[in-house]
Design a protein around this ligand. Structure first.
Ligand code: ATP
Length: 260
C-alpha cells in the first residue's frame, strides 16, 4: 500500500473535523473523496499533506509514519497536495510557477527539465503559455499549472482538492482525463470533489465522508448505482443525470473502469 490511514482524528479547537477515519490507497489507484460542504474532505487532504497535525491515529506513506512530518518533508517523500483555489503565484510566469514545484523534490536540474517536458506532454497549452503571467490564464489553465507544479516533484501520490471547482465542462473532462493518464503510470490519486458524479467517472473507488467519518467505501460503479448516495452526495438522481455532468464518452478512461 502507498498510503495507510488508521483511526485518524483531526480537530480545530472544539470542532472535530475527522473522527476515526481509516482507509488505504494502492499504487495507481484513483479514489474519489466525496461529501457535503464541511464533511472534512479538505481536512483529510491537509492532514495527509502534513498541513494539519492529527490529534490521534496514524498516517503511513510506504509504511513510514508521516503523521507528524512537516509538509515539505511529506512532499519530498512523494506525496503532493494541489490545494483548493490552486494557490498559484499569479504575478509569476507559468514557467516560474512550474519550476517552483521542483523545489522540495529529490531531482537535480536535468531531472526537473525532464519532468517539465512530461508536464508539457500532459498539458501542451502550458508550453505555449510558459512566459505568460499565471494570473492571465483561464481557471482551467491555472488548474493545469497547479497540477503541473505538483508533478514537477515527481510524486507517487497526488491529493487534489476540488480541481473542477468553477471550471468549464471541457476543462473538467480534460483534467479528469489527465488524472486517468497519471494513474496509468502508477501515480495514486485521491480526488476530493463536490462534483462527485464527475469524480466517480474517473475513479476506481469512492470514499464518502459525512460529518468527519467515513460512511461508504465502495467501487465507483457501486456508488454511482447507489440511490441513497446519488441523492445525497452526487447532487443528481440517476446515472443519466451523472452523464449530463461528464458523459463517459468524454472520458475514455471511464470506459475501462465502469460498466458504461
Ligand atoms: P468544503 O467542501 O466546504 O471545503 P470540506 O468537506 O472540505 O468542506 P473541511 O473544510 O475539511 O470540509 O471542514 C471540516 C470541518 O472543520 C467543518 O466543520 C469546518 O467548519 C471545520 N474547519 C475547517 N477548517 C477549519 C479551521 N481552520 N478552523 C476551524 N474549523 C475548521
Amino acid at each position: 500500500m502507498i498510503i495507510e490511514v488508521d483511526r485518524l482524528d483531526v480537530r480545530y479547537g472544539a470542532t472535530r473535523a475527522l473522527r476515526d477515519v481509516s482507509f488505504e490507497l494502492a499504487e495507481g489507484e484513483v479514489v474519489a473523496l466525496i461529501g457535503a460542504n464541511g464533511a472534512g474532505k479538505s481536512s483529510l487532504l491537509r492532514a495527509l499533506a502534513g498541513l494539519e497535525t492529527p490529534r490521534g491515529g496514524t498516517i503511513r506513506l510506504f509504511g513510514q509514519d508521516i503523521g507528524h512530518a512537516p509538509a515539505h518533508e511529506v512532499a519530498r517523500k512523494g506525496l503532493r497536495l494541489v490545494a483548493e483555489g490552486r494557490q498559484l503565484f499569479t504575478d509569476l510566469t507559468v514557467g516560474e510557477n512550474l519550476w517552483m514545484g521542483g523545489y522540495a523534490s529529490p531531482f537535480d536540474r536535468e531531472e526537473q527539465q525532464a519532468q517539465l517536458e512530461r508536464v508539457f506532454g500532459l498539458f501542451p497549452i502550458l508550453r505555449e503559455f510558459t512566459g505568460r503571467a499565471a494570473g492571465m490564464l483561464s481557471g482551467g489553465q491555472q488548474q493545469m499549472v497547479a497540477i503541473g507544479r505538483a508533478l514537477m516533484g515527481g510524486p507517487r501520490a497526488l491529493l487534489l482538492d476540488e480541481p473542477s471547482l468553477g471550471l468549464a465542462p471541457k476543462y473538467v473532462a480534460q483534467i479528469l482525463e489527465v488524472i486517468c493518464e497519471l494513474a496509468a503510470t502508477g501515480i495514486t490519486v485521491l480526488l476530493a470533489e463536490q462534483n462527485a458524479a464527475a469524480a466517480l467517472r474517473a475513479a476506481d473507488r469512492g470514499i464518502v465522508l459525512s460529518n468527519g467519518t467515513i460512511t461508504h467505501t465502495s467501487s465507483a460503479q457501486e456508488l454511482l448505482d447507489d440511490e441513497d448516495v446519488s441523492r445525497h452526495y452526487l447532487g443528481v438522481g440517476t446515472a443519466e443525470d451523472a452523464d449530463s455532468v461528464v458523459a463517459p464518452r468524454q472520458l475514455p478512461c471511464a470506459l475501462d473502469r465502469l460498466e458504461v
